[in-house]
Structures are given as C-alpha cells and as structure tokens.
Design a protein around this ligand. Sequence first.
Ligand SMILES: NC(=O)c1ccc[n+]([C@@H]2O[C@H](COP(=O)([O-])OP(=O)(O)OC[C@H]3O[C@@H](n4cnc5c(N)ncnc54)[C@H](O)[C@@H]3O)[C@@H](O)[C@H]2O)c1
Length: 362
Amino acid sequence: MNSPSDVELSRADTERAVEELLRAAGLTAEHAELVRRSLMFAETRGTNSHGLARLRPYLERIARGGVNTRPTLTESVSGAVHVIDADGSAGAVAGMTAVRAAAQAADSHGIGIACARNTNHVGALAFYSAALSEAGLVSIVFANADPIMVPPGGSEAVLGSNPIAIGVPGGGGASQTPLLDMATTAAAHGKIVELSRERESIPPGWAVDERGAPTTDAGRALAGALLPAAGPKGFGLAFMIDLLSAGLAGGSLGGGIVPVADRFDEPQGCCLVVIAIDPAHAAGLDSFTRADRALGDTVRHSRPVDGRAPMVPGEPEAERARRATGAEALTVTDALHQDLLDLLRGWSISPPALVQKVDQDV
Ligand SMILES: NC(=O)c1ccc[n+]([C@@H]2O[C@H](COP(=O)([O-])OP(=O)(O)OC[C@H]3O[C@@H](n4cnc5c(N)ncnc54)[C@H](O)[C@@H]3O)[C@@H](O)[C@H]2O)c1
C-alpha cells in the first residue's frame, strides 16, 4: 500500500541514476550493472531493507576503498566443490560468481557447492536463488554477517542476522515459484534502519536496547541488538550458518566481519555459500513440479482467517514484483527519494524523472 508521502520515479531513469552513481564511486560498468540489478531486484519485490536504502553505505565503501573495484577472483575446485576468494569485490560480484560456479558443478555432478570468502555485503539472497531457479535448479544459499543478534539468555550481540534462501526450479523474482529468503533474526536489520528513518516504532520481539531490555524504539534497537527469529531455533540456524560459511569458505566468522555501515575503507570479509542441485539427478523435474504444485495448492486452498488465501514462501514479494513488472514508475518513500537526491547532488548526477507525488492512500 502506498502512503501519502510516497513518490513515483521513472523506473528506467532511476536505474540509470543508480548505475551512474555506482560507476562514479569507482565500480566498472559490468560490476555497477550487477550491483544495480541486485538492489533493484530487492526494491521491486518490496524487500526495501535491501533495496535502494543500501545505496549510501555501498557507495561509501566503494569510494573509500573498502570494495575492491578491480578484484582478481580466484577459484579452487575439488569435485563438485568450488572455493572462491572474492578479493574484496562488491557482494553481487562475488555472489553471481558463486552462482555460476555452483550451477556449472551441478551440471556435471548433479550438485554443486560454491563457497566464497572475502566478499562485501551480498544483499538480498533471493537474487541468487532466483537466478538458479530460472536455470532449473534447486538452491540453498546462506551467508554470514557481522554480529547483531543476542543469543537466548544473552545481552551481547554474538552472531549476524545470517540469512538463508531456498529456491526451487521455476521462474525468477516475479513467478509463483516458492522462494524462502529470510534473516535469522526476527527481522532484517535493514528493516529497523528503514523504520528509524521513517521515525516509526518496531514491533515487540524484534530487538533489545543497549542494556539487553526489550524495546519497540527503532533508534534504541539500532544502538542495541536484534533478537533471533523463533528464539533458540533462529539462533541455532544463525550459529550453524556462521560456522558453515566461515568453515567451508576458509574466511571470517561473523565476529571478524567489518560492520556494513562502519570502517568504510576496509573490506567487510563476509562469506557466502551457494548450493545448487539439479533435480534431474534426483527423482526428476516432473516429480519436483508435482510436489511443488500439490504443496502450493494445499497451502493456498487451506482455510483463511480473514478471507485472503494463505501464501507460500516468496509469494508476497512475487506479487509485488508482478504488479511492478512493465510498470513505468517505481514507488519510493519521500525519505528515500530525498536521500537519493542528496547522493546524486553529491556526485553531480542528474536525478531520475519524477512521475508523480502520491497524494492519497491507494
Ligand atoms: N546479506 C546479508 O547480510 C543479509 C542479512 C540479513 C538479511 N538479508 C536479507 O534481508 C531480506 C529480508 O529478510 P527478512 O527476514 O526481513 O524477510 P521477511 O521477514 O520479509 O520474509 C521472510 C520470508 O517469509 C516469507 N513471508 C513473509 N510473509 C509471508 C506470508 N504472509 N505468507 C507466507 N510467507 C511469507 C517471505 O516470502 C520470505 O521468504 C532477505 O532478502 C535477506 O536475504 C541479508
């Protein structure tokens, strides 16, 4: 739902402006296009925490040297396992290199694993899973991040919001294909940044303040830490993701990762693992498609609580992406628009054309 302070920008012109910004900060044209696609993928699916709101810290790290703009990515291969040293490249560059490596190994072996170390923030993991879905592959993607999550019974952040995505063969970001993509914290940190920017409070159960006490104040949550999703279960998942990411890729545990909005002259050193599975090497694509349909139907045709059909993972985002497909306009909040204009002024880049200012709830 749009709000009275939303702004509609020309989508194509916004993409042009974002890519120009990334190039002005120092990325090559090829890398700028990849990062722009990852940000716009998230923005279009309504994953605003990992969309254009990330542009400012990304640009800062690129411009101040924390992102290696001319990286030499190296890869070692053993059977179906690729290990990639991303050489401090932009996250989407490392991520898409890992996607290609895992897909290539799955093609030869039925399964492929690519473990990347020394990357920067990789953004929304659905971007990588959707690419593998389009290639007809099952995917499991996870990454570690700097500490922001308190453990059950603790008051100090020890783990990142370590996200995981699981995708299945089918379409990309706007298709009905199920696609789970989640932080292991109760909410993504970026969502709290976004709510703090909008001066709104956060739901109970998302975060604690500096002293470890529960809070609904977005500002105090940013000074404090996040709670795991579903208590010890989200914590356990985040713990194993950190261990597997660093252990398999030979990179940093979350505790050694440079925070996403700090020390911009240093590479963050995140790790990402991409697992791709070709269902043809298992019970076959038909079996998969039948299971996918049956389970989706079970969920969608189950009894709703308020008249709206229950959804499968990824459906809310896909619905937003479908509505945006072919649309000339991109709706952003006024706060994000102002931030974008400020960045563009700073880099002397012309702003995207305004389609209209939304002046009522729709
Ligand atoms: N790169 C990083 O370091 C990092 C860290 C944390 C999170 N992230 C990214 O943050 C993004 C947001 O994560 P999040 O946990 O806030 O996501 P979220 O809570 O919005 O959604 C989590 C999952 O729940 C599903 N979902 C939501 N509402 C639903 C409903 N009503 N019915 C059925 N399914 C539903 C979504 O489709 C999604 O798969 C993700 O893209 C994630 O990859 C990245």
